[in-house]
Design a protein around this ligand. Structure first.
Ligand code: G3P
Length: 187
């Protein structure tokens, strides 16, 4: 299983760059750094040689695509993080046709992951901690996501996200998830 660090903090990323296979960021994590978004992503790409997710802020498909194109030009390792919405899926289709990789985030069910995979997402990010918070079982959801994607041989990789503690990492590995993206403190 690959391990990504879920952080936009350059010190945290430098500290664990020797260990991780990639990085995921989100707008809240980047905002904490108080540096320009594009510059933060460029710096992260210089530290870790693996996929680096950078999220679009727009809510409408065309605007997401317009935001994504310059982000994808920052570095070949940039993956565009897109929210799991109807517009997000439309954007994923366009970006895929342009050869731009996407990570569909805020996935809360296997059906959402199925839709994202069908639209050509390179990665899907089921949010285990948030499902647990709402009284569900995040890991049952991850198991269902893996089952559905494996049934049809989708090339989409599953990034277990919203990881809160080491047990989540073990459970992701036991289920055979491709990747877990993990905060610095948990790693
Ligand atoms: O990987 C997703 C993460 O950034 C959100 O995690 O703990 O706020 O649900 P959390």
């Amino acid at each position: 299983m690959k391990l990504y660090i879920d952080s936009a903090n350059l010190d945290e990323i430098r500290d664990l760059a020797w260990l991780v296979d990639g990085v995921t960021t989100n707008p809240s994590l980047v905002a904490r750094e108080k540096a320009p978004f594009e510059e933060t992503i460029a710096q992260i790409c210089r530290i870790v040689d693996g996929p680096v997710s950078a999220e679009v802020m727009s809510l409408e498909a065309d605007a997401m695509v317009r935001e994504a194109r310059p982000l994808s030009r920052i570095h070949p390792n940039v993956v565009i993080k897109v929210p799991m919405t109807e517009d997000g899926l439309k954007a994923v289709r366009v970006l895929r046709s342009e050869g731009i990789r996407t990570n569909v985030t805020l996935v809360f069910s296997a059906n959402q992951a199925l839709l994202a995979a069908k639209c050509g997402a390179s990665f899907v990010s089921p949010f285990v901690g948030r499902v647990d918070d709402s009284g569900g079982s995040g890991m049952d959801m991850v198991g269902e996501v893996l089952e559905v994607l494996q049934n049809y041989g989708f090339p989409t990789e599953v990034i277990v996200a919203s990881v809160r503690h080491p047990r989540h990492v073990f459970e992701a590995a036991a289920l055979g998830a491709d990747i877990a993206t993990v905060p610095h403190a948990v790693l």
